[in-house]
Design a protein around this ligand. Structure first.
Ligand code: BGC
Length: 761
């Protein structure tokens, strides 16, 4: 055993797993003072070590600056120069690294173990964009809770989720990871996800710390190209980008992650405006900020820092508390403090934040609390997790079109042709942030439909649109020449009453680094669809997609279209149950589906131009395209059901309200069809004129209601100052008097409207 000084020994006794209650209670009772007492005993190197996070050698999610240096990392771990590791998974592995931190280092400070538990750990739920389509906050919270419990049982205590980046650009592959284009829906979902991961008790063994990422602006990468520059005005920053982060904070999120992008010329990682002024000062965030993978080092190629030393200085001073894999803090921060370029108080603040989260997780009470093999075995893949992700998956499906009453499918007496490589694919539904989801572990659509044996089902791939197996680390080649499967597909279709075609993107076509400029059906899938249509137009198109796709031809010709996203482990069961009507689809698009790539960014809450409408003559001088409508193919909030809903009787309790007052909005909703259905009733507001122009519509509230066939219900909403206020260009929340409109309906194109005023008293 090493020769520890008495004070240090006390700390070891205090923070180690076996220390006695009397020692604990003789020390300062609050986190703050506990953390301070540790901080006082730490050397500068040890403090800097807490700010250093290493990848765990087994999995890599970005470029590794120095290869082959596991030995160096282990040595630093032993010296107490590592505060956290990511991508170390499974109780055995986590215990191994934790043991080094706790038993071999001078102070025995436990590691916090991070991992991208984005939509499940082993039991995979739908991709976050799909979950957002459910608008079901409780199901979304539950999905995060399941992910947290399964990950926590495998040694993880910190997830790099939720991603709360608003994005209006379907070219950006990471839209799959967020909640879509709207800040209100995005905020509600951010809150639900943080609550799901963290629960009410962060010390419990089935909850983990969450991360609101990527702070900030990452979803606005120019031209939808990942990691690209972001230039946005303050109105967009304050009203669209930041609100979901604030909502995560309201849910008490413990950590934030900064982002790769420049924001108006300053890398987010080096931005004290974002990290200090807004997050830590204005919002009084007490947790810590982790950099994105290597983003501190990336300030050099950005042209912001001249070398690693300066990058470390800029990032630390700007408020990035932990360095994920740039390895620049551990290399330079001690020297930077010694030379006075970084104040020791900056280091102390960062370390205090990191240690506090470790305390809150209970890691100082028991560093191995997440390391229980029996629990890992008992919890992984539990049946109730399967039930929860199936429920989530069904709720995520969006019905875009249902002509000729093709859906739901009859359960017997039909011949069905099932066509498409993706219909048999057990891997793609897991998506590209599948954590430790086993490859090929999803229920395919084929398997899901086979669970309904009343019809005769013939499955043909039709075309292999990918050549080779899609994978995480390399680009899959798309087949653009081999049509040899077309004939078999056409034959199957010819003999069928209904054709179900599962087409779209493979599981690694969206996600990080997966930006695309063409958003149609990849490869020969569109051609196959058109060929099959010629022999049998009774087609239900099931999309598998990680982003909005361009499906203009299909929308014109194909009678039934479902958005099936990448729905996770239970994908095929969910889709089959929707196809057969055991679940009546209730999803609503969280992101507009464009008509063509040229419209992007296309989103519902745009601001009006000075020339918004056609002047009615043949003049071209209004804001439009010569070759495309302005409107998307399907707007935000859109989604059908097997029943139909009628909205009527929009009423306001008054046509004006003043400070501290409110208006009650009521609406009658009737289920006009013959089956029970769930509708998401959406309330939008327009501020007709303001000191900073407001969007043509903004979602301000929504309610989900289930109605039996023929049933009606009156729903009511409150309009308050919160519904009509906004951030001005200085980031100040203001509420202005004036004229407003409220719209209520089943999508962002809701047609029932009323006027109201916000009055001066
Ligand atoms: C991503 C983050 C992720 C991190 C760790 C980065 O490339 O941008 O979202 O949490 O890797 O895997």
């Amino acid at each position: 055993m090493k020769n520890f000084g008495p004070a240090i020994l006390l700390v070891i006794l205090y923070i180690g797993s076996a220390h006695s209650q009397s020692i604990k209670s003789s020390l300062n009772p609050t986190f703050d003072s506990k953390v301070d007492s540790i901080l006082r005993l730490m050397t500068l190197d040890e403090k800097v070590g807490q700010m250093n996070q290493y990848n765990g050698f087994w999995e890599v999610t970005g470029p590794v600056p120095k290869e082959g240096d596991a030995a160096v990392k282990y040595e630093q771990l032993r010296k107490g120069l590592v505060g956290s590791m990511l991508n170390v998974t499974g109780v055995e592995n986590v215990r191994a690294v934790q043991k080094i931190a706790v038993e071999d280092t001078r102070l025995g400070i436990p590691l916090i173990i991070g991992y991208d538990v984005v939509h499940g750990y082993k039991t995979i739920s739908p991709i976050p964009l799909a979950e957002a389509a459910s608008w079901d906050l409780e199901a979304i919270r539950k999905s995060a809770e399941v992910a947290a419990e399964e990950a926590a049982a495998a040694g993880i205590n910190w997830t790099f989720a939720p991603m709360v980046d608003i994005s209006r650009d379907a070219r950006w592959g990471r839209v799959m990871e967020g909640a879509g284009e709207d800040p209100f829906l995005g905020s509600r979902i951010a809150y639900a996800r943080v609550k799901g991961f963290q629960g009410d008790d962060l010390k419990a063994v089935n909850t983990i710390a969450a991360t609101a990422k990527h702070f900030a602006g990452y979803g606005f990468s120019e031209s939808g190209r990942d990691y690209n520059t972001v230039d946005v005005g303050t109105s967009t920053l304050y009203n669209d980008i930041l609100p979901p982060f604030e909502a995560a904070l309201e849910a008490d999120v413990k950590t934030f992650m900064n982002s790769f992008n420049l924001l108006n010329g300053i890398p987010a990682t080096g931005s004290s405006f974002l990290q200090r002024e807004i997050l830590k000062e204005k919002w009084a965030f007490k947790g810590f900020m982790v950099s994105d993978w290597g983003s501190i080092g990336e300030m050099i190629p950005h042209g912001f820092a001249k070398d690693g030393m300066q990058a470390a200085e800029l990032a630390a001073n700007a408020g990035s508390d932990m360095d994920m894999e740039s390895r620049l803090y551990v290399e330079h921060l001690t020297a930077l403090v010694q030379s006075g370029k970084v104040k020791e108080s900056v280091i102390d603040d960062a370390v205090r934040r990191i240690l506090t989260v470790k305390y809150e997780l209970g890691l100082f009470d028991d560093p191995y609390k997440y390391c229980d093999e029996d629990r890992e075995k008992a919890v992984t893949g539990r049946q109730d997790f399967q039930d929860a992700v199936l429920d989530m998956a069904k709720k995520s499906v969006v019905l875009l079109k249902n002509e000729k009453q093709l859906l739901p499918l009859r359960k017997s007496g039909m011949k069905i042709a099932l066509i498409g490589q993706l219909a048999g694919d057990k891997d793609s539904p897991l998506g590209s942030w599948r954590a430790l989801g086993e490859p090929n572990s999803a229920v395919s659509v084929l398997e899901g439909m086979n669970a309904f044996p009343g019809n005769s089902l013939e499955y043909v791939e039709g075309v292999k649109f990918t050549e080779g197996t899609p994978g995480f680390a390399f680009e899959t080649k798309i087949n653009t020449t081999d049509r040899s499967g077309f004939e078999a597909a056409k034959n199957a279709a010819r003999n069928a009453d209904v054709v179900v075609m599962v087409l779209g993107e493979h599981g690694f076509q969206s996600g990080e680094g997966r930006s695309r400029t063409e958003l149609g059906l990849p490869g020969l899938q569109q051609e196959l669809l058109e060929e099959v249509y010629k022999v049998n137009p009774n087609i239900v198109l099931v999309l598998m997609n990680g982003r909005p796709l361009i499906i203009d031809w299909a929308v014109e010709k194909i009678p039934g279209i479902l958005v099936g996203w990448h729905l996770g482990t239970q994908s095929g069961n969910a889709l089959a149950q929707v196809l057969y009507g055991d679940y009546n689809p209730s999803g609503k698009l969280p992101m507009s589906f464009p008509k063509n790539v040229g419209q992007i960014p296309v989103y519902y809450n745009y601001k009006a131009t000075g020339r918004p409408t056609n002047p009615g003559s043949d003049l071209v001088f209004w804001s439009h395209y010569m070759d495309s409508p302005n409107e998307p193919m399907y707007p935000f909030g859109y989604g059908l059901s097997y029943t139909s809903f009628e909205y009527s009787n929009l009423k306001l309790s008054s046509d004006g309200f003043a400070k501290d007052g409110s208006i009650t909005v009521s609406i009658d909703l009737k289920n006009k069809g013959s089956v029970t259905g769930i509708e998401t009733v959406q309330l939008y507001i327009r501020d007709l004129f303001a000191s900073v122009v407001r969007p043509v519509r903004e979602l301000k509230d929504f309610q989900q209601v289930e109605l039996k066939a023929g049933e009606s219900k009156t729903l009511s909403f409150q309009i308050t100052e919160k519904s009509i206020g906004f951030y001005n260009n200085d980031g100040k929340w203001i509420v202005e008097h004036g004229d407003f409109k409220v719209f209520v309906g089943g999508s962002s194109q809701a047609s029932l409207e009323k006027d109201f005023k916000f009055l001066e008293k």
